[in-house]
Write a protein that binds this ligand. Structure first.
Ligand SMILES: [Zn+2]
Length: 251
């Protein structure tokens, strides 16, 4: 497999990832409750905090697709916080950076219904010189319009698409788990190996990889729907009829 080495721009990526927030208090608005008075400003000490990570603006494809857009922000919400899941991916800064670049390359096609996402073709090795994070981006990253990301059943049949990990297909949780699974193929661990081994030729290995991600991120994924129950649209009444779906297939 031919690979290309790319060093990403230092300043550009750093500027895209890290930005601070500031409340601007013009002199003529000192009466505004959100702006401290001169006396308060003198006696109040506010410790400097690390600025929150900025979530990259998603592509038009993502913005115009409601389930995909929700999954994008759900996943980013998990990765930008300090938790077991973001630690698995090497910390928030690295994970948000790589996930944003992966999602920017995503396209949609109809593939066999058992596939959620598929990454294939050559890949580019990327080094973010600012963060020293090394990762790869595949030439093709395809989201299956006819798979478990969007559907619970195979079109025009009663056959239910298998779950993703312990989550029903076409659920908010399953979508996030699918995306995090792919992220695991793009990033290396401290030992230099990919966080998830390639599994494009083995459904069993893909299922094992999904279990690995759910072990690291399942708690955070379940929290998504507990914190905003109004956004949950899920139907768990149908039982799967075959083993769990594969979430990636790359050669
Ligand atoms: Zn995989």
């Amino acid at each position: 497999m031919r690979m290309r080495e790319v060093t990403a721009g230092v300043l550009l990526m750093l500027a895209a990832v890290i930005q601070g927030r500031a409340t601007i208090c013009p002199a003529n608005e000192l009466a505004n409750e959100s702006c401290p008075s001169p006396e308060e400003a003198r006696r109040t000490f506010v410790p400097e905090r690390k600025p929150p990570l900025l979530i990259p603006e998603p592509s038009t494809l993502i913005k115009e697709d409601e389930p995909l857009s929700l999954a994008y922000y759900d996943t980013m919400k998990i990765l930008q916080s300090k938790n077991q899941c973001s630690s698995f991916f090497g910390g928030s800064e690295a994970a948000v950076d790589v996930f944003g670049n992966f999602m920017a390359s995503l396209r949609k096609e109809y593939l066999p219904s058992s596939i959620g996402l598929k990454m294939s073709g050559e890949y580019t090795n990327v080094l973010n010189a600012a963060t020293q994070v090394r990762y790869r981006i595949f030439d093709k990253a395809t989201l299956n319009s006819g798979g478990p990301f969007y559907k619970q059943k195979i079109s025009s049949s009663a056959t239910t698409i298998p779950p993703i990990g312990s989550f029903a297909p076409n659920s908010r949780e399953a979508r996030v788990l699918m995306l995090l699974h792919e992220l695991g193929h793009l990033m290396r661990g401290r030992d230099g190996k990919w966080l998830l081994p390639d599994d494009g030729r083995s459904i069993a290995e893909s299922l094992t990889n999904t279990r690995t991600i759910e072990s690291a991120c399942g708690e955070e994924i379940r929290t998504l729907t507990r914190t905003s129950p109004t956004e949950v649209v899920q139907n768990n009444s149908e039982q799967p009829v075959s083993p769990a779906a594969t979430t990636s297939s790359h050669q």
